[in-house]
Design a protein around this ligand. Structure first.
Ligand code: AMP
Ligand code: GLY
Length: 427
């Protein structure tokens, strides 16, 4: 059968790669895709983004199932458009996607349903925001309400930084309408983990645990990025913590959305801060919800799935996820992102890329910001590649990944040398 994956990042390349391993999948279209999905056998790129145009394409090509990668098409209502035409699509409706597209919606939802999260208030008036910051003190976190492509959160270590962030968002309109309303919340300490599940409105199927590295430089220094690398499993999420996250966060979220009349379908990604202490006493709080898979977390997660992913998505759209199961490779998967010059600022584009080895079953270079120009693979975005491998230990996987990273060349490439350091220390 033919499938469609919506998006253009490493996450979408990894989803398409995994779906093509299913014996029942003949072809995967990726809209709009990237240089990697253009070069992949049995895949092709489709230059469409408008929900109605995508639905027309799916009807014309007899595509049986669509999976949505990024948040923007979800917030634009692509799932609503497809469902209205009776087309199978895995993702949340526009209303349910507000868990990600409005921080204020998510925070009010969590308070209403007693889901643990940092204390907060929402502001549109800069004067009231400044007063609140002085009352609460620093460190404190300022978040644009709307989608801001990873640029909407300022973790302010000083009152000065916090006031400046409010002035930029509410005063100068630095983030446009996304920042015309801000959530200000207490700063949490601990270790972050990504907890991602599939939902069909009623049932929940958790994915393997993972951890992302958000900062640009080694030792978690430098500016925040979309993610510079990830690995799975994440040792911080022990079995005991896993059970607590399901009971304290995921189950009340799915029940709460259902009782609010907006059942959640698709991937639910809870970004968690796990505080210090032992498994029973550590605080578990939600930093954010995403209504999609993480990028780059998807890349190592896909590599660990042994089951047929198509079957899992079929249960997802048929509301029978209680009958789905995923068989996980117990080994460690790890992905290192190679980014272009100047990322996370405005990236330099058009640098020629060489040295990418052929994919192997347990070592794949997933593409993100790449395109083919005059027959040459060149950079076309901030995050360019994610070299991902699977091996027996964190150390062995890392060595394998960095051997490939060191062979890949493009001018100005930036990457971290220490992806997986917490997992190495935990062993
Ligand atoms: P978000 O988009 O909400 O996940 O925020 C991006 C990053 O900012 C998170 O991954 C954290 O590293 C950091 N962050 C967000 N909220 C908080 C918080 N309340 N306390 C500490 N760090 C935070
Ligand atoms: N890697 C973080 C995210 O996808 O939001």
């Amino acid at each position: 059968m033919k499938l469609l994956v919506i998006g253009s990042g490493g996450r979408e390349h990894a989803l398409a790669w995994k779906l093509l391993l299913s014996p029942r999948v003949q072809h995967v279209f990726v809209a709009p895709g990237n240089g990697g999905t253009a070069l992949m056998a049995h895949a092709s790129n489709v230059a469409l983004s408008d929900p109605s145009a995508l639905a027309d394409f799916v009807q014309r090509e007899n595509v049986r199932l669509t999976v949505v990668g990024p948040e923007a098409p979800l917030a634009a209502g692509v799932v609503d458009t497809f469902r209205a035409r009776g087309l199978a699509i895995f993702g949340p409706t526009r209303a349910a996607a507000q868990l990600e597209s409005s921080k204020d919606f998510a925070k009010a939802f969590m308070v209403r349903h007693q889901i643990p999260t940092a204390a907060y208030q929402t502001f549109t008036d800069p004067i009231a925001a400044h007063v609140y910051i002085d009352e609460r003190g620093a460190p404190i976190v300022i978040k644009a309400d709307g989608l801001a492509a990873g640029k909407g959160v300022v973790v302010a270590m000083t009152l000065g930084e916090a006031h400046a962030a409010v002035d930029a968002m509410l005063g100068d309109g630095a983030l446009g309408t996304a920042g015309a309303r801000v959530v200000i919340e207490d700063c949490l300490l601990g270790e972050e983990a990504s907890f991602i599940v599939l939902c069909d409105g009623q049932h929940i199927l958790p994915l393997a645990t993972s951890q992302d590295h958000k900062r640009l430089q080694d030792g978690d220094q430098g500016p925040n990025t979309g993610g510079m690398g990830a690995y799975s499993p994440a040792p911080v999420v022990t079995d005991a913590i896993h059970q607590r996250v399901m009971r304290e966060v995921i189950e009340p979220t799915i029940r709460g959305m259902d009782s609010d009349g907006i059942p959640f379908t698709g991937f639910l990604y809870a970004g968690l801060m796990i505080g210090p202490g032992d498994d029973a006493s550590r605080s578990i709080k939600v930093l954010e919800f995403n209504c999609r898979m993480g990028d780059p977390e998807t890349q190592p997660i896909m590599m660990r799935i042994r089951s047929d992913l198509l079957e899992v998505f079929e249960h997802g759209v048929a509301c029978s996820l209680d009958r789905a199961r995923i068989d996980w490779d117990p080994r460690t998967a790890l992905g290192v992102v190679m980014a272009s010059a100047n990322y996370p600022g405005t990236p330099r584009l058009g640098d020629a890329i060489s040295g990418i080895p052929d994919a192997e079953p347990d070592c794949v270079t997933f593409h993100a910001g790449t395109t083919i120009r005059d027959g040459t693979l060149v950079t076309s975005g901030g995050r360019v590649l994610c070299v991902t491998a699977l091996d027996d230990s964190v150390a062995a996987t890392r060595e394998r990944v960095y051997t490939v990273v060191d062979a890949i060349r493009f001018d100005g490439a930036q990457f971290r040398r220490d992806i997986g350091w917490r997992a190495l220390e935990a062993r």
